[in-house]
Design a protein around this ligand. Structure first.
Ligand code: THU
Length: 130
């Protein structure tokens, strides 16, 4: 199963009754394991979580921390880009060169990198010397 098909499969489980916008995300770690997540909305809207956050939480809970590749899919007109918060979350566990594939359910896709998604990222190095 490709990373994108893993993201498409978990997307079916998304809980998105408020936006009707289901998102699936899949992460492959450097060890080769794949973790998936979908968006989980809440009636108290700010409590909802993104698909990427779910995949990252599953990865960390399993004891892994190094992302080698990520994929995100939604039924959107154009390949779905991670939100700003998720770009920062990805950057916590992925170097700037890590590829991120953005896709639509209709079959369009594009591949970018964590660095291109979050140029000038705030990193731990910015806190050195404080
Ligand atoms: N969403 C994600 O899951 N990931 C993103 O990067 C973009 C937005 C979800 C959050 C919310 O449940 C729905 O899409 C509409 O914003």
């Amino acid at each position: 199963m490709t990373l994108l098909s893993a993201a498409a499969k978990v997307r079916e489980n998304a809980h998105a009754p408020y936006s009707q916008f289901k998102v699936g995300a899949a992460i492959r770690t450097v060890s080769g394991r794949v973790f998936t997540g979908c968006n989980v909305e809440n009636v108290a809207y700010p409590e909802g979580t993104c698909a990427e956050a779910g995949a990252i939480a599953a990865m960390v809970a399993a004891g892994e921390r190094e992302i080698a590749e990520a994929a995100v899919i939604a039924d959107s007109p154009d390949p779905v880009p991670p939100c700003g918060g998720c770009r920062q979350k990805l950057a916590e566990f992925a170097g700037p060169d890590v590829p991120v594939t953005l896709a639509t359910s209709a079959g369009a896709s594009t591949t970018t990198t964590v660095g291109a998604l979050l140029p000038g990222a705030f990193t731990a190095s910015h806190m050195e010397g404080s």
